[in-house]
Write a protein that binds this ligand. Structure first.
Ligand code: F6P
Length: 317
């Protein structure tokens, strides 16, 4: 099952799960539309060919949803019944922290074997080096900001570019470094408008003719439009523009990195279940497969990478 915001590479993970089940002679089903589909019994039997030619495709063939009903005891009981009726005795969920909270609750309540595969462009889950989709999304963002840079330079403009990340600044920070932006505004670390203006003024004093600021969606001072307006009000002489990249960041064919990561995690999820593991997330740490209790993955989010933040400041002078 895939759930929550889709991420490029989810299909590669689905394929890996299905093929590994077939390899080990297990029956495998696809649950459609996330927890909503689980509650409604939207579940179909898969075979090895059900996942042909999806490895390199964005989105999720299983579709996805954010389910309020699964947050209720009644919803979870109905979902449990739907699985039992099909003879399903283990569950693999691909998603982010919301998906994992539901999975952990479900596993505890019904003593049901569950493994979570981290799939979200946000890279906000702890205990894994990367989540599936983050690499592709940051490559997409880099390509888009490079294009904005071309026009910003031609017109000597100051651009604010908003990227996804309601609670997590990973996409913003990584793309700030990859595109040479002058500053980054993160949900985790408030940068005041005064501090931002000081950075911009220093840049212009250092002969910068155009500048780009990456703003995470969850920035406490507001998104790119709000920040651009605040700066414009104080410095009308700057030719200020903003762009919101939005959902295009979630689409597109997965990168090689995401395809391989999704394949590794899909195989490890099935092998973990066969080994009797339950209520775990499978991830990678220093490129090695690791299993971490889901309870430990849903209580904290991945802290911002201080070293990347330090590097971004050094390089943006
Ligand atoms: O969880 C991934 C994410 O893309 C966040 O970065 C973003 O805030 C959110 O999903 C948007 O969700 P939706 O597509 O439901 O608006």
């Amino acid at each position: 099952m895939t759930s929550g915001g889709d991420a490029p590479g989810m299909n590669a993970a689905i394929r890996a799960v299905v093929r590994t089940c077939v390899y080990y002679d297990r029956e495998v089903f696809g649950i459609y539309n996330g927890y909503e589909g689980m509650i409604k019994g939207d579940i179909r039997k898969f075979n090895v060919r059900s996942v042909s030619k999806i490895l390199g495709k964005g989105g999720t063939i299983l579709k996805s949803s954010r389910s309020d009903a699964f947050r209720t005891e009644e919803g979870r009981a109905t979902a449990h019944q739907a699985l039992t009726e099909k003879g399903i005795d283990a569950l693999i969920v691909i998603g982010g922290d919301g998906t994992f909270s539901g999975a952990h609750q479900f596993s505890k309540e019904f003593n049901f074997p569950v493994i979570g595969i981290p799939g979200t462009i946000d890279n906000d889950l702890p205990h894994t080096d990367y989540t599936i989709g983050f690499d592709t999304a940051t490559n997409t963002v880099t390509e888009c900001i490079d294009k904005i840079r071309d026009t910003a330079s031609s017109h000597n403009r100051l651009f604010f570019v908003e990227v996804m990340g309601r609670d997590s600044g990973y996409i913003a920070l990584k793309s700030c470094i990859s595109t040479g932006a002058i500053a980054v505004m993160l949900p985790e670390r408030k940068l005041s408008i005064e501090e931002l203006i000081a950075i911009l003024r220093k840049g212009f004093a250092n002969q910068k003719t155009s500048s780009l600021v990456v703003v995470a969606e969850g920035n406490p001072n507001g998104g790119a439009m709000e920040v651009a307006n605040l700066v414009k009000a104080r410095y009308p002489e700057y030719d200020t523009k903003y762009t919101i990249l939005g959902h295009l960041q979630r689409g597109g064919d997965p990168s090689c990195f995401d395809r391989v990561l999704a394949s590794q995690l899909g195989v490890a999820a099935v092998e973990g279940l066969i080994d009797g593991k339950s209520d775990y997330m499978v991830g990678t740490t220093n490129n090695k497969i690791t299993y971490t209790a889901l309870a430990q993955c849903v209580t904290i989010s991945n802290p911002i990478d201080e070293e990347l933040l330090r590097i971004s400041k050094i390089l943006s002078i």
